[in-house]
Design a protein around this ligand. Structure first.
Ligand code: ADP
Length: 449
C-alpha cells in the first residue's frame, strides 16, 4: 500500500485538477451567457430609444391601428352574436389570439432592432416575442378583459426589451416586447472558445505528463523487479557450484577417500567441472558488463560461414555430450562474413543452449544459413516449449526471464538473449524471434555481409 501511495495521491490530484477545470468551464460559460444577455438587453434598449427619438415611432403603430379595427369590428358587429356562442372567458381568449396574430404580422420593431444590432457588429439572428399582459375591449356593455397567464418573463433565453402600455379607441393593451436568443449557446461557445481550448490544452498537457511519469514509474518498477530476480538467480547459480566444490574439498580430506585413487580422481573431476561452470557464469556477467562499455570493440576477421557454423555446432554437441540432434542446412557455400569469432561463437552457443534448456522432449534443432546479396541469415529452430506472445517482446531485455512455466525448472540469469542481441547489433545486424507455445521457437540473426 505504501508503494501505491504516491500513485494514488497523484491520481487524486489529477482528478481534482480536472474537476477544477470543469468548474472553470462551467463558470466561464455562465459568465459569457450573462454577458451576452446583458449586451442584447442594452443594445436593444439603446436601439429602441434611438427609434423613439429619431423616427418618432415605437414600431407598433400599424399593429395598433389594425388591432383597433379588429376591436371595433368585434364590438360593433359580432359581439352580441359571439356572446351567445361563447362565454366571456372564451371570448377573451379568442380576442387575445387574434390580437397576437395581428401584432406579430404588423410590428416593425424587430426588423429595425435587427439592423441596429447588426450594424453594431453583433449577431442579429434572433426572433421577437410578444407577451400581452392585459387586453381590454371597450364594449358598450362593459370592458372585456383578457390576459396571457401562460407567459413567463423568466424564460431563460428571453431578453425583455421594453413594456408598452397603449390606449386606443376600442381597446387598452399592456404588452412586453422581448427578443428570443434561442441560439445563444452558439454565441457563448464562440466567445468562450479560446478559454475552452486553453483549458482543454492544459488538461491534455497534464494528462500527457502524468502518463509519461506513470509509464516511467511502471518501467522503473519492472526493472527493479527484474534486477532483484537477477540477484536471486545469480546468488543461487553461484552458490550451487561453490557448495559442491566446498563439499568435494572436504571429502578429499577424508582418509578413506585419499586411499582410493578412483574416488580422488572422480572428486577432482567434479571440482574441475564445477569450477568451469563457475568460471562461465562469472565470464557471462563480466562479458555483459564489458559489452555495455563504450570502448567495447569487435576483433573482426573474414570467416567462411559454413565452416564456422559447423565448427560451433560440433563443439557444442561435444561439450554437452550429444544433448540434442542438430540438423544443419548451410546454403552459404563460399560466403564469408566479417565477424569476431569469439563473440559470434558465444552468440550461436547461447541460442543452441537455450534450445536444449527450454525443451521438454528430445531436443531437435535445425540450424540453417542463407544469404542474399547483402545479408547473412542464420536461423535456429527448436522443438521446445515455445514462448507466449506477451513475453516475446521482452526476452531480449537484460535480466528478463519468462516468469512462469519453464523458469522454475531451468537455471539462468536472463542474460543469454540480451547478449545475443548485443552481439548481433555490434556486427551491424539484429535478431528476431517467432514462436508457438509448446511447438517451438525460431531465432533469426541477420548480419550484413
Ligand atoms: P535465461 O536462459 O538465462 O533465462 P535468456 O536471456 O537466454 O536467459 O532467455 C530469456 C528467456 O527467454 C528465458 O527465461 C526463456 O524463458 C526464454 N527463452 C529463451 N530461449 C528460448 C527457447 N529456445 N525456447 C523457449 N524459451 C526460450
Amino acid at each position: 500500500m505504501k508503494r501505491q501511495l504516491p500513485l494514488v495521491v497523484s491520481l487524486a490530484a489529477l482528478l481534482l485538477f480536472v474537476a477544477v477545470q470543469m468548474f472553470m468551464i462551467h463558470s466561464i460559460w455562465r459568465q459569457k451567457e450573462e454577458i451576452i444577455l446583458m449586451r442584447y438587453k442594452s443594445l436593444s434598449r439603446e436601439g429602441l430609444s434611438m427609434i423613439l427619438s429619431k423616427k418618432k415611432s415605437n414600431g407598433f403603430e400599424k399593429a395598433m391601428d389594425v388591432t383597433d379595427k379588429f376591436a371595433s369590428w368585434l364590438i360593433s358587429e359580432e359581439l352580441s352574436k359571439l356572446y351567445n356562442a361563447y362565454d366571456s372567458t372564451e371570448l377573451g381568449r379568442l380576442a387575445l389570439k387574434e390580437t397576437y396574430s395581428i401584432m406579430y404580422k404588423n410590428e416593425k420593431l424587430t426588423s429595425i432592432l435587427k439592423s441596429y444590432i447588426g450594424e453594431a457588429g453583433y449577431d442579429n439572428n434572433f426572433n421577437c416575442t410578444l407577451a400581452i399582459a392585459r387586453l381590454e375591449l371597450l364594449t358598450p356593455i362593459g370592458n372585456l378583459i383578457a390576459a396571457d397567464t401562460v407567459y413567463s418573463k423568466a424564460k431563460k433565453n428571453l431578453v425583455v426589451v421594453n413594456s408598452f402600455k397603449e390606449e386606443h379607441n376600442h381597446f387598452l393593451i399592456e404588452f412586453h416586447y422581448l427578443i428570443d436568443l434561442t441560439h445563444k449557446n452558439g454565441m457563448v461557445f464562440k466567445e468562450a472558445l479560446i478559454s475552452f481550448i486553453l483549458i482543454i490544452f492544459s488538461i491534455l498537457i497534464v494528462f500527457f505528463v502524468f502518463g509519461i511519469t506513470w509509464r516511467n514509474l511502471m518501467e522503473e518498477r519492472r526493472l527493479s523487479g527484474l534486477k532483484s530476480d537477477f540477484i536471486n538467480n545469480m546468488t543461487h547459480e553461484l552458490k550451487t557450484p561453490l557448495s559442491t566444490i566446498t563439499v568435494a574439498g572436504r571429502t578429499l580430506e577424508k582418509e578413506q577417500i585419499l586411499s582410493d585413487r578412483n574416488k580422488v580422481l572422480e572428486t577432482a573431476q567434479l571440482i574441475g567441472k564445477q569450477s568451469i561452470h563457475l568460471n562461465q557464469l562469472i565470464n557471462t556477467i563480466l562479458e555483459v558488463s564489458f559489452l555495455e562499455r563504450s570502448e567495447f570493440e569487435l576483433d573482426r576477421h573474414k570467416v567462411a560461414v559454413d565452416e564456422l557454423m559447423h565448427q560451433i555446432v560440433t563443439s557444442f554437441l561435444t561439450s554437452c555430450d550429444g544433448c540434442a540432434v542438430i540438423e544443419e542446412d548451410y546454403r552459404t557455400k563460399d560466403i564469408s562474413v566479417s565477424a569476431d569469432i569469439v563473440y559470434f561463437t558465444t552468440m550461436i552457443n547461447n541460442l543452441l543452449a537455450n534450445a536444449v534448456k527450454y525443451c521438454d522432449k528430445d531436443p531437435l534443432i535445425n540450424v540453417v544459413t542463407a544469404a542474399d546479396s547483402s545479408n547473412l541469415e542464420i536461423t535456429v529452430t527448436d522443438n521446445g516449449v515455445g514462448i507466449s506472445r506477451e513475453h516475446l517482446d521482452h526476452i531480449f531485455e537484460k535480466f528478463y526471464r519468462v516468469p512462469h512455466g519453464n523458469i522454475h525448472k531451468t537455471k539462468g540469469l536472463g542474460l543469454g538473449l540480451y547478449y545475443v542481441r548485443r552481439i548481433a547489433i555490434a556486427h551491424g545486424g539484429d535478431v528476431s524471434v517467432s514462436s508457438k507455445p509448446s511447438k517451438g521457437t525460431t531465432f533469426k540473426i541477420k548480419i550484413p555481409i
